[in-house]
Design a protein. Structure first.
Length: 299
C-alpha cells in the first residue's frame, strides 16, 4: 500500500513539472515591453558591401568608382593658371591638368624647338583684323583665329582671307554661351552649326579646335568636344584686352607678352584690341629675335 502511494506521488510530480516547462516556454516566446519583437524585412537586393580596409578595396567598390569616373561631371570651371617670372610654363592644378589630358584639351604645347602659338578670339569686328592679317603676312607668321557665328555672318571675306593666308580658322561656338552651363546636346549644336555654316561660306572644313567662350568649361563639355573630334584649347598667356573702351596701349600689350613668354606658349589676344594690333609687329619681331618660332597647332 505504501509503495502504491509513493508511485502515485511520483506520477503527479512528473505531470506538474512538464506543465511548468510548457508555460515557461510560452513566457519566453512572449515579447516584453522593453524589447519589441523583431520584424522580418525583405533582404536588400543590393546589400551594402562589408567594410574593407582602404589598402584592400573590394571589387564592388572598384567597379563603382570606375562607373562614377565614366560619367563626366557637370561641375563648372573657369580657366585659371598661375604665372611666374622665370619664363616657365604657368602652373595648373594637377587634377585640372589630368582632366585636360584625359579629354584632348591643352593650354600649352611643350616642345624642344621654342615653338609658340599665337591665337586670336574674334567674336565681332572693329576694323583691326585686316591689319592683324597684314602684320602676320609681312612677318611670315600664322595664327589661329577662333570665330563665332556672328563673326562669320558679318565678315565672310575676312574669314576666307584668314584661311587663304595659311591661318587656322577654329570654333568659338555660334552664340558664345557658357559651355559649362548648357547641355551636351546644346553644345553639340553650337559647335556643329558653326562648322556647317563655315563650310557653306568658305567651301572648306573648319579646323577642329574649340576655345570655350570666357574660358568656362566642365568635364562634360570637354568630353563632348572631344567626341566631336575637336581639341579644347585654353591659353597660357592673356590679359584684359577684350574691352574696346579700356585699352591699356601698345606698350602694355607688348610688355605683357614679352614678360610672360615661355616655350610652348599659347598666346591669347583679341581681334577687337587696338593695343594688341598696334603692338603685334614689335611682339613678333622681338620674339623671333629671341629664337622663338611661331607655329600652328597642326605643325
Amino acid at each position: 500500500m505504501r509503495s502504491k502511494i509513493i508511485m502515485v506521488g511520483i506520477i503527479i510530480f512528473m505531470l506538474f513539472g512538464l506543465t511548468g516547462c510548457n508555460r515557461q516556454a510560452e513566457k519566453d516566446n512572449t515579447p516584453s515591453k522593453a524589447s519589441p519583437p523583431a520584424v522580418e524585412t525583405e533582404t536588400p537586393k543590393n546589400p551594402p558591401a562589408p567594410a574593407v580596409k582602404p589598402e584592400q578595396p573590394s571589387v564592388e567598390r572598384s567597379n563603382a568608382a570606375a562607373t562614377a569616373t565614366a560619367t563626366p561631371s557637370a561641375k563648372s570651371y573657369s580657366w585659371y593658371f598661375t604665372r611666374n617670372s622665370q619664363h616657365q610654363i604657368p602652373f595648373v592644378n594637377q587634377d585640372i591638368s589630368n582632366l585636360l589630358s584625359a579629354n584632348g584639351a591643352f593650354y600649352v604645347l611643350p616642345n624642344n624647338n621654342s615653338k609658340i602659338y599665337l591665337t586670336f578670339d574674334a567674336g565681332y569686328e572693329l576694323g583691326y583684323t585686316a591689319r592683324i592679317l597684314d602684320t602676320l603676312k609681312a612677318n611670315g607668321v600664322h595664327a589661329a583665329f577662333f570665330i563665332t557665328g556672328q563673326y562669320l555672318r558679318t565678315q565672310p571675306e575676312l574669314t576666307k582671307r584668314m584661311k587663304a593666308e595659311g591661318n587656322l580658322v577654329c570654333n568659338h561656338t555660334v552664340n558664345h554661351p557658357d559651355c559649362s552651363k548648357i547641355s551636351s546636346d546644346s553644345l553639340k549644336k553650337e559647335i556643329k552649326s558653326l562648322e556647317e555654316q563655315y563650310l557653306q561660306v568658305t567651301g572648306q572644313e573648319m579646323d577642329r579646335y574649340l576655345r570655350p567662350p570666357m574660358g568656362k568649361y566642365s568635364e562634360s563639355s570637354l568630353k563632348t568636344t572631344q567626341e566631336l573630334g575637336y581639341k579644347t584649347v585654353f591659353w597660357s598667356m592673356a590679359f584684359n584686352d577684350w574691352d574696346p573702351s579700356k585699352q591699356p596701349g601698345a606698350d602694355y600689350s607688348y610688355n605683357h607678352v614679352i614678360s610672360n613668354i615661355h616655350p610652348g606658349a599659347v598666346i591669347l589676344l583679341h581681334a577687337v584690341s587696338q593695343s594688341d594690333t598696334d603692338a603685334l609687329d614689335r611682339i613678333i619681331k622681338d620674339l623671333q629675335s629671341q629664337g622663338y618660332v611661331f607655329a600652328t597647332f597642326n605643325q
